[in-house]
Design a protein around this ligand. Structure first.
Ligand SMILES: Nc1ncnc2c1ncn2[C@@H]1O[C@H](COP(=O)(O)OP(=O)(O)OP(=O)(O)O)[C@@H](O)[C@H]1O
Length: 696
């Protein structure tokens, strides 16, 4: 760079001296005359005359050349100056670039050092690895050289270890299981206690609910009676008041018309008096006063009349409100009543022990069981081994005898009357009135009191039910309920239906084939050609029972009491409609006196008796099967078709009904086996829980 500068400077200095010489040799056109004036050279003086014009021209050319050279020089000078300034700027950058170069060199050196170190480390590692591979190879060789003995020893050691561990684990598991069993047992005890407490509380709740329900029904009933009386009184008072008001109105009207006459008469008199003038003036005043007071009286009377009219209207309104309230209370009563029935269960079994008429054959005293733990009432029937003495009693405590315990919803002892029994079932009759299907059966051996319970004149379940139905219908009229009651009475003998209400019973006996027809949509049943009697009062049922009884008796012969060998079914249909609310219901009360259930061995009878026995056994066991299937939620099929009786009662058993079965038993030792069988059958039925009933 310095060389370049020097060269440039050298050229510059050269060109300056050269310029001076050239300028000296070739003066400018302006300066020429001046030089000529000042000092002309000898040569110039000599050549001037001949070459003067040529020289001047060449000089001018030269001068022009010189000037262009000078311009070029000037430009070169400028270029030089620019180059110089660039050179200075480059010069100033040189130290910085030198520093950067130095730094890069340092970095390069450091990288080189690092590389060398890494190379060394790598060499060291590869030698170490080789060493390790060598060691491993040696170890592998050693391992391969180990003998079977060592291996077996190791296997045995491991097996022992495993066996010990397994034993320990088994011991631990056994202990844990023992502990778990203990825990579970104590949990079971707790749960049993809990269950007991729950059961007790449930029992309490149930009995409380029962009590509450009964109290509520009683309260509603007494309220209803009180209100009914109050309404009646109010209606009577209203009537009296209306009569009085009418009389008063009549009186007022009569007074008004009389007064009008009087006024007319008086005004006539007044006119006459006026004509007579003065002397009658006083009289006129009095008369005027009389007239105005009469008008006042008339106005007062008409106000009074308005008030009375208003009062009477209010009373009519109050009566209507009370009537509506009564209807509401009736609806609430129905709900409560049916809730109570549901709580009691849709299938219930009551046991009735017939009084022992042959006292000599029954040596033991019967005592009722007072305490129950499962909400049921219990009796036990006992057999004394190796003796002929057996006993049927409530809660016998004797330990030396074989006892059979039975629990039922209710047990009626020998002293129980039909009225007492009806008190328990009257609520089911109410359910039939409320639109439910109800079946009440009497089951038991011949002579155990089924017919006495069901149809005894006046106090049997049939006459009492009909009586209750008509009493309730009369009461329900007040809440605008209207009823249509129809009755049918039939018997099923040898799987054939006979009409018990027809006078030609004997003539048709076992000849007419009455068909059972079901309407699946309406869930109703009809029996072809069966007499249906429209019932309008309770008294009619007496003659129905009489006809049926007479018919059954005439068909029996000395050798065969046919009535004991057939089922009798009394059907009461109850169609109700509320004229105010438009609500309508259809209920059915089926009262069934079943054929005697005694087991007559089929091998002992032949002919008609065999057929009879087979049919009775078939229909009674079908009844049991149907009830049990209904209670079994898993049952897909209910075998209604297995007997005429169950087929007839298809829509009156099960989900849509409330069922009550009386098991009638005899306390006589002679009937021990039959009694035991009846109680077993009834227990099966009692253990069935049928779903909640729905209204038709
Ligand atoms: N609780 C009772 N109180 C008084 N007498 C009774 C009672 N129960 C039954 N009896 C009498 O016992 C006898 C047999 O009773 P009932 O005819 O009712 O039996 P049953 O089971 O209907 O027999 P069957 O199957 O033959 O019809 C009758 O004379 C009846 O009056």
């Amino acid at each position: 760079m310095n060389d370049i500068t020097n060269t440039a400077l050298g050229e510059d200095s050269l060109s300056v001296s050269k310029k001076r010489k050239i300028l000296d040799a070739f003066p400018s056109s302006q300066s020429v005359p001046q030089q000529q004036q000042q000092q002309p050279s000898s040569l110039e003086k000599r050549q001037k005359p001949e070459n003067n014009n040529i020289d001047l021209k060449s000089m001018r050319d030269r001068r022009q050349q010189l000037e262009s050279v000078l311009k070029e020089k000037q430009a070169a000078k400028e270029t030089l100056r620019k180059l110089q300034s660039e050179m200075w700027s480059i010069r100033t950058q040189i130290p910085e670039l030198e520093l950067k170069l130095e730094k890069a060199m340092d970095e390069h050196r450091a990288i080189e050092r690092n590389y060398k170190m890494k190379q060394r480390d790598l060499d060291f590692l590869s030698s170490k690895k080789e060493k390790q591979i060598h060691e491993l190879q040696l170890a592998l060789e050693l391992f391969q050289q180990e003998d079977d003995y060592k291996l077996n020893q190791e296997v045995n050691r491991l097996a022992d270890k495993f066996f010990n561990e397994a034993q320990q684990k088994e011991e631990q598991r056994r202990k844990a299981k023992k502990q778990e069993t203990k825990d579970l047992e104590s949990q079971l005890v707790d749960l049993n206690e809990e269950k007991k407490v729950i059961e007790e509380s449930f029992e309490d709740q149930l009995s409380n609910l029962k009590r509450e329900g009964e109290i509520k029904i009683e309260n509603i009933k007494s309220d209803y009676h009180l209100k009914k009386q109050a309404i009646r009184l109010q209606i009577e008072n209203t009537k009296v008041e209306i009569d009085t008001t009418n009389k008063m109105i009549e009186e007022a009207q009569w007074t008004i018309s009389t007064n009008k006459d009087k006024i007319e008469k008086l005004s006539n008199e007044f006119k006459i008096a006026k004509a007579d003038s003065g002397e009658f003036e006083e009289k006129t005043k009095t008369l005027r006063f009389d007239v105005s007071s009469l008008i006042q009286i008339s106005a007062d009377r008409s106000k009074e009349y308005d008030k009375l009219k208003e009062k009477s209207e209010k009373m009519v309104e109050d009566t209507q409100t009370l009537k509506e309230k009564l209807l509401e209370e009736e609806t609430a009563r129905r709900k409560l009543h049916n809730r109570l029935q549901e709580i009691k269960g849709n299938i219930r079994v009551f046991c009735r022990i017939k009084p022992e008429l042959e006292t000599s054959s029954f040596p033991h005293k019967i005592t009722p069981l007072l305490e129950t733990t499962d909400g049921k009432e219990h009796l036990s029937i006992s057999e004394v081994p190796n003796t002929d003495q057996r006993q049927l009693q409530f809660n016998s405590n004797k330990s030396n005898i074989k006892k059979f315990n039975f629990g039922f919803d209710k047990i009626f002892g020998m002293e129980s009357s039909n009225s007492e029994i009806f008190g328990e079932i009257s609520q089911l009759v109410q359910s039939a009135l409320d639109g439910y299907n109800v079946c009440i059966f009497t089951y038991g051996q011949t002579g155990s009191g089924k017919t006495y319970t069901m149809s005894n004149p006046n106090d049997g379940m049939i006459p009492r039910s009909v009586q209750l139905i008509f009493n309730r219908i009369e009461q329900l009229k007040k809440t605008d309920w209207e009823f249509k009651v129809e009755g049918q009475f039939l018997e099923i003998y040898n799987e054939n239906i006979n009409d018990l209400m027809t006078e030609s019973y004997l003539k048709n006996l076992d000849k007419i084939k009455h068909q059972i027809k079901h309407n699946e949509i309406e869930q109703t049943t009809t029996i072809t050609d069966l007499t249906t009697i429209s019932l309008s009062n309770a008294e009619e049922v007496g003659s129905i029972l009489e006809t049926a009884n007479r018919n059954r008796m005439t068909a029996s012969t000395n050798s065969n009491n046919r009535s004991s060998r057939s089922h009798s079914v009394f059907i009461i249909s109850l169609k109700a409609c509320n004229t105010q609310t438009g609500e309508s219901t259809t209920g059915k009360l089926n009262l069934i006196d079943l054929a005697g259930s005694e087991r007559i061995s089929q091998s002992l009878v032949t002919g008609d008796r065999l057929r009879e026995t087979q049919n009775i056994n078939k229909s009674l066991s079908s009844l049991g099967d149907v009830i049990i299937s209904l209670g079994n939620k898993k049952s897909q099929h209910i075998p209604y078709r297995n007997s005429k009786l169950t087929y007839l009662l298809q829509y009156s058993l099960g989900g849509n009904s409330k069922t009550l079965m009386f098991v009638n038993v005899s306390p006589n030792v002679k009937h021990f086996n039959e009694t035991l069988n009846s109680l077993r059958f009834a227990t099966k039925v009692n253990n069935t829980h049928i779903g909640q009933a729905t209204k038709n």
